[in-house]
Design a protein around this ligand. Structure first.
Ligand SMILES: [Zn+2]
Length: 246
């Protein structure tokens, strides 16, 4: 990420176009996977199932059937299987470019293209949750995503509290490059105490993950801590509905 990207992201977090007062009466947690590498489903899926947890998979059409940088990505059959299992499919753009560098019309066309890809694969499914590729947003693209999607997630770390920025929700990384058990435990405890919405994000799930991925132990640990804290786990769109409509 360049200095310009960083400055843009810092500015964009202050641009609050879609804020809502949280109506949660108890904390909730969401588990999300971006792009997504096949192991997020093949390895992550059974771990989620053991915890009776439904996740949100933010899909980019361009990764379908791809093998890039040592990672195998999902297939259409994977997408169908996880959707059939009750997980949410969210939008991560088709092309997976840094949104501030994409002109508005192109970005809207990219949202459309991803939606067509998902409809071709899953039938009549409209994606309502969005995650910014690389977490990058500008005031312009935050406004665009905000008009298109009820709820968008960034990658700024933290728990979403009483005021929800629905155009750029915070999320806690489950990425081996920065992960510590203590940090996860601290954030879960904060969510429990404040009645907040904690969203985790990761990419691949593997015994030898990429820097942006998690081991099965890391994923299992976060799920265990959330469960031990008595926090309900919901896909983003259901947590969003709970938080905004009560
Ligand atoms: Zn991504």
């Amino acid at each position: 990420m360049s200095l310009l990207d960083k400055a843009n992201n810092a500015l964009t977090r202050r641009v609050r176009l879609k804020t809502a007062r949280s109506r949660l009466t108890a904390p909730v947690a969401s588990f999300t996977f971006d792009d997504f590498p096949r192991s997020a489903w093949k390895v992550g899926g059974p771990i989620l199932a053991r915890h009776a947890a439904k996740a949100t998979y933010y899909v980019s059409g361009r990764f379908c059937d791809r093998y890039e940088d040592g990672l195998e990505y999902y297939s259409r059959d994977d997408l169908r299987a996880l959707y059939a299992a009750g997980h949410e499919v969210g939008c991560h753009t088709f092309s997976h470019r840094r949104s501030p560098r994409v002109p508005s019309r192109e970005l809207e066309a990219d949202f459309d293209r991803n939606q067509v890809f998902v409809r071709d694969t899953l039938g009549d499914v409209v994606m309502s949750s969005f995650a910014y590729p690389y977490g990058d947003a500008s005031p312009r693209t935050k406004a665009l995503a905000g008009r298109r999607f009820p709820v968008s997630r960034g990658i700024r770390s933290g728990v979403n509290g009483r005021t929800l920025d629905l155009g750029q929700l915070k999320a806690v990384p489950l990425e081996i490059r920065s992960w510590t058990a203590k940090a996860v435990e601290r954030e879960v405890e904060l969510a429990r105490q404040t009645g907040g919405w904690i969203i985790f994000f990761s990419h691949d799930v593997s015994e030898a993950p990429s820097p942006y991925g998690a081991t099965p132990t890391m994923l299992g640990h976060a799920l265990d801590r959330v469960k031990a804290a008595g926090i309900e786990i919901l896909p983003v769109k259901h947590a969003y509905a709970r938080a905004t409509f009560g």
